[in-house]
Design a protein around this ligand. Sequence first.
Ligand code: ZN
Ligand code: ZN
Length: 418
Amino acid sequence: MSPEKNTLVKGASLLGGDAVDIEVTDGVISAVTPSTTPSGLVVLPGLVDLHTHLREPGREDAETVLSGSTAAAAGGFTAILAMANTSPVTDTAEKAEHVLDLGRAAGLVDVQPVGAVTKGLAGEELAEMALMADSAARVRVFSDDGKCVGDARLMRRALEYVKAFDGVISQHSQDPALAPHGACCHEGPISAQLGLPGWPGIAESVIVARDVELARHTGSRVHVAHVSTAASVEIIRAAKAAGVAITAEVTPHHLLLETDLLVGYDPVYKVNPPLRPIEDILAVREALVDGTIDAVATDHAPHARHDKDHAFVDAAFGMLGLETALSVVWTVLGDRLGWDGVAQVMSANPARIAGLAGHGHSIEVGAPANLVLVDPAARWTVDRDASRSLSRNNPWHGRELAGVVRATYLRGTETFSA
Ligand SMILES: [Zn+2]
Ligand SMILES: [Zn+2]
């Protein structure tokens, strides 16, 4: 059989630069040549999300691997890391392989399972991390996300353990003692005004500081999930300057949405970490631009209506993010990052952190044809009812954003087009 060859992309601007045609043979880029007929679209490497909640197994009413994969492809993603806090928890090789199989059956993005650090996310006993690493799922990222690995001794042991296979612990940094049960938002003037129980920003930064010390001591890799405060940024910046193996991500919502939004008590804005004041938002933006924060990750957290449509204090934490992430980043920081910067923080860096060999590559001959086409000039108004997610907890509903995903390709196969 002769190889299947076709010109997949015609006249797209390569990372915002010159227009190119991209020829693909059997899912791999076989030629990148200058184009004389620019299409006005931009081509980027397929996006990689370090932090997605898919809810399957266990809560298929909120999201399945298929529905989440569909939303991811529509957002320009070709690979997503599926967090372990499902029911049951992804804490064995068998369960990780099950998630991998569900992702392959959906076939729209590469679904890479994240393994739990502790059995059942209970924070007591380490999960079978080496078996997950050796399994067909080849797990490299471990996280108890939703919960913090609060026990320093356990965190130390986990870091020593994953070092053998270049694994990384992605930490949900939240000191349990500083974030009491029932706290539902950022502690500050807004929480006082609204009479809502809050927790302080230092609940995040004290764990970041502790984990920097553990990473320094063990020589192992820590990844800080959803950084949201200026204090955390300062600690990470100093740690990186000192050569500590620490990486970090920020969510689209922490780049734009302020704690003031809570004045209407709308539970769509209830999220963990909570929305912060503008000084924190400006700090995480600067950190993303200067490389202190390595990646944008969605923390896409779908919730069924009966879990989210409650009084603010009782509603579930979390918001959707897969379909809007690229547009939010482009809207907020496009002028400072450029398309090459966007590709760095949404594709190359997350793929490197997660150890995903087939993703995050440059667009060049020999690389897998994982690509996304974006219309940089188009704008759109987000409509939660048009979402591919099964859930509707979309904080971007009604907002106008810049940049529209027109097509996504996974190894040369179209997974989305609009
Ligand atoms: Zn988290
Ligand atoms: Zn999360």
